[in-house]
Design a protein around this ligand. Structure first.
Ligand code: OGA
Ligand code: MN
Length: 193
């Protein structure tokens, strides 16, 4: 799986694979959403000193996972990401040090307008990744190039995984029709924890 991701990254700057983990784990992950729903908080936009909720920009709810001590059932996924980080560093010399990650759900009707994951207040974000926990209806991830041309439209499927260079690909999440669940994060070129 890691090799396939590296090859696609080399060719295109992003990679998409399916069936990253077993269906038992997916069930447990979805159960985690049910059990912890009340602990998710509205995702904010803007730099740390002036964060605000702007539902016309993004409407998801998030729950941060500690990548150093991940709660079950996300520990294996975090282990995989650690392997990926090391492999990407070996192949592309990116110097990725650590990653941050959160769970996210988009209630029906919510979306995330086009954006770039690397911005001034997050200038060390280098590799973005998203792991999908359920099959979405609507809620496509649309990936653009810097010329604003659509490169890829990803319909989220349970168990699929995408990663892309954070500063190269503007992207958006189209309005979800059912609750859309993911595990999303960013690898940084500095120590963040
Ligand atoms: C993000 C994001 C994409 C997705 O959270 O920054 O762009 O498909 N997510 O969930
Ligand atoms: Mn993003």
């Amino acid at each position: 799986m890691v090799d396939q991701i590296l090859q696609e990254m080399e060719r295109k700057g992003y990679a998409l694979v399916s069936n990253l983990i077993s269906s038992d784990e997916l069930v447990a992950m979805n159960q985690f959403f049910e059990d912890h729903r009340g602990e998710f908080t509205p995702a904010m936009v803007g730099a740390s000193d002036k964060k605000q909720r702007v539902e016309s920009v993004r409407g998801d709810y998030t729950y941060w996972i500690d990548a150093l001590e991940p709660v079950k059932p996300f520990d294996k996924l975090v282990q995989f990401l650690e392997k990926l980080r090391e492999a990407v560093n070996q192949k592309f010399f990116l110097g990725l040090q650590q990653f941050e990650c959160h769970l996210a759900y988009y209630p029906p009707g919510t979306f995330y307008k086009k954006h770039l994951d690397r911005h001034e207040s997050n200038s060390t974000r280098s590799l973005s990744f998203v792991f999908y926990l359920n099959n979405a209806s609507g809620g496509e991830l649309v990936i653009y190039n810097k010329q604003n041309e659509i490169l890829k439209v990803v319909t989220p499927e349970a168990g699929s995984f995408i990663c892309f260079m954070s500063d190269e690909f503007p992207h958006e999440v189209k309005a979800a029709q059912n609750e859309r669940r993911s595990f999303t994060g960013w690898m940084h070129t500095k120590i963040i924890y």
